[in-house]
Design a protein around this ligand. Structure first.
Ligand code: PLP
Length: 397
């Protein structure tokens, strides 16, 4: 973090302030593309749905994974002036509605645009048949999320053993099945999750073919290309001990080449965190510094109901820092601004492996910052207690 820029931005905008650096987003996107050359990138908008981020990625040629009609419209706003044929092509080729649970009225609206959707049950398939028969479908399978920080297998995905039956039923109903998707758990530190998931996809394709189910060659596209959707899970270096991205991508590339021919398969992925996490830094002010307590207690103007909701929902291990010069850091407690006792950053997160923070002696008005907080942070911030979410400033966009 550039110290001068940091202080200039705080002087202009006050705190709490979330700074999003678009140079980092561009760098992440280009790195992803370079390391996974066969993969079409669909940015998972849920990680951070700021319009400026969507614009930057759109300008780089990204496609998008949306989880709701609202997110669909955030992307759609950028393309709505394209001529009808180009607009339809963009929706079909560059947006995936990758939430296996959709509201009927959203489906009804999406049917206008022939969207690509995921599903994982016969019930959702029947709902799609009624409300969005023009859609192309990807069946989401349940895969191992062992060793991933955020889990999904409890809620999403059909048992791979049952998937060909459902594919058969879907095709008989008259819907087009375009491919298979999975999610190996977010912040995946276990490459074997991808290895096993890719093998399952290849086995399903083989079994489906044996049973005469044509995946990809549908009434909607007339194309024989099957889609393999790797989901998200691509890991970020928060403290340097995480799974290496390069090592993971080497393993994935090897499996892709072993299992899926280039001319018959389109590989896509839905990275969220990987593209935006390290682009976000939040700056917060100490609004009360207690030194009369057993341990210094700092109350900040941002907390667990705001940007630091990443601790609650995304298992962020906070690493709070200060620019203040001090000969030694002291064990300290850190709280958010609301009236809830739960709103304690130190108790809810491991900070340098401890439940407490280690900070210089701070006073009211001093600043604290947290890097690598661009994913799943402002996305889940609330207005609880009347404290609005941090102001967001975009730099280098
Ligand atoms: C369906 C789907 N795709 C992609 C993502 C993005 O995952 P990640 O941030 O791990 O890349 C998520 C995260 O919740 C998801 O649910």
């Amino acid at each position: 973090m550039d110290k001068k820029l940091f202080y200039d931005l705080v002087e202009t905008h006050g705190t709490p302030l979330l700074i999003i650096d678009h140079n980092k987003i561009r760098k992440n996107y280009l790195e992803f593309r370079e390391k996974l050359p066969r993969v079409q990138i669909y940015y998972a908008v849920k990680a951070n749905s700021e319009t400026e981020i969507i614009k930057t990625l759109y300008n780089l040629g990204s496609s998008f994974d949306v989880a709701s009609l609202h997110e669909f419209n955030l992307v759609f706003n950028l393309i709505k002036n394209l001529e009808p044929k180009k607009l339809q092509n963009f929706v079909w080729n560059n947006i995936i509605y990758a939430n296996t649970v959709k509201k009927p009225d959203s489906l009804h609206f999406l049917n206008l645009y022939k969207p690509l959707l995921t599903y994982d049950s016969v019930e959702e398939m029947e709902k799609i048949k009624i409300h969005c028969p023009e859609a192309g479908l990807l069946l989401r399978i349940k895969v191992s999320d062992e060793g991933s920080v955020v889990k999904f297998a409890n809620k999403f995905g059909i048992d791979p053993k049952l998937s060909v039956d459902l594919i058969e039923k879907t095709i008989k109903t008259g819907l087009g099945v375009e491919g298979i998707s999975f999610h190996a758990g977010s912040q995946c530190n276990n490459p074997q999750n991808f290895v096993k998931a890719l093998q399952s996809v290849a086995d399903i394709f083989e079994e489906a073919e044996k049973r005469g189910c044509i995946i990809g060659e549908t009434v909607t596209t007339g194309s024989p290309i099957k889609i393999v959707d790797l989901g998200g899970g691509f890991p970020v270096q928060y403290n340097g001990t995480e799974q290496s991205f390069i090592e993971l991508t080497n393993i994935i590339n090897k499996e892709l080449d072993r299992l899926f021919s280039v001319d018959k398969t389109l590989i896509i992925a839905e990275p969220g965190r990987f593209l935006v996490a390290n682009a976000g830094t939040v700056i917060s002010s100490v609004i009360l510094a207690k030194h009369s307590t057993e341990m210094p207690c700092y109350h900040l103007d941002d907390g667990l109901y705001h940007t630091f909701s990443a601790i609650m929902y995304d298992h962020l291990e906070a690493d709070l820092k200060s620019f203040k010069d001090w000969e030694k850091n002291i064990e300290s407690k850190v709280f958010g601004p609301t009236c809830d006792g739960l709103d304690e950053l130190s108790e809810n997160s491991y900070i340098h492996g401890s439940k407490n923070a280690f900070l210089p002696r701070l006073s009211e008005g001093d600043l604290i910052y947290q890097e690598n907080i661009g994913a799943y942070s402002n996305a889940s911030a609330t207005h609880f207690n009347g404290y609005p979410p941090a102001k967001i400033i975009h730099i280098n966009n």
